[in-house]
Design a protein around this ligand. Sequence first.
Ligand code: SF4
Length: 331
Amino acid sequence: MRAPLVDGHGRRINDLRVSVTDRCNFRCQYCMPAEGLTWLDRDDVLRFEEIERLVRLLAEMGIDSVRLTGGEPLVRRDFPALAGMLAAIPQLTDLSVTTNGFLLERDAAALVAAGVQRFNVSIDSLQRDRFFEMTRRDALPRVLAGLHALASQPGVGKVKINAVALRGYTEDEVLPFARFAREHPFEVRFIEFMPLDADQAWTPGSVLSGEEIRAIVGREFPLEEEEREPSATARTYRFVDGTPGRLGFIDPVSHPFCSDCNRIRLTADGKLRTCLFSLGETDLRTPLRAGATDDELEAVLREAVWRKELKHRVNEKGFQQPARSMSAIGG
Ligand code: SF4
């Protein structure tokens, strides 16, 4: 057994986000331009067996939770097969997927059967025209159909909805989402807009904070905060009137949660990112394809994690936005 992964600040690292592709079938305004981005060459993208080998090695080093992301992971061919390969890794106790839901109706059954336990579905508006405005795709009905197809799968775990909170857009979505969370078995989470957009147009003023959203909800549906789980990114709230349903708030800009961060990320082209806002990366694909042993890869991983950033510096003077945008990091 290999020693658990610990960073230079004493934080135990057991959560891995894996971006399986940089490609996406949506063009969300806060993420990428209408024309899309220059995608990675297929040869540069890690093959399933390479992803499986790295995840298996990291699982031996204490990673027990893996989230599969993109771009949009479901556009990767045979993605459920990859999920099945990872679900077979004995140390992994939690396998989840973040998706925009467009292909969920097609893949929900296969992903649940493959062993994916939890799903986050990205939906920024429950109004068809505004959804189209934000994603540049007229896809809301199909995404909602996918959501319900997923929820009807026997054995499916928690399904959450992630809505990116943007000033001047999300204010009108807040109450419809709160009602949706009260009427459906889905936790709705608002995520503060982060400076990871490909256009690099983010400003502090474009962030609608969790606090502001809670104030909007609270005027109609008073909320009560629940105890935060260690290393959790979201703070969850229940409705004081006892109506089932939860709202979650991921406030990395206004309330950073870096102190107990337990996360690292693997990009689709085989780079290790020790923080969402890392300015540097560690290349794993080159040693992997050059025949490095597991012990040699372990040394590279340990050295990189030891240098993991203490926190992000979004609110600090001189903050530098990473060159790699969210669609190529995968959240
Ligand atoms: S910003 Fe970086 S350090 Fe902070 S919680 Fe996110 S990944 Fe962890």
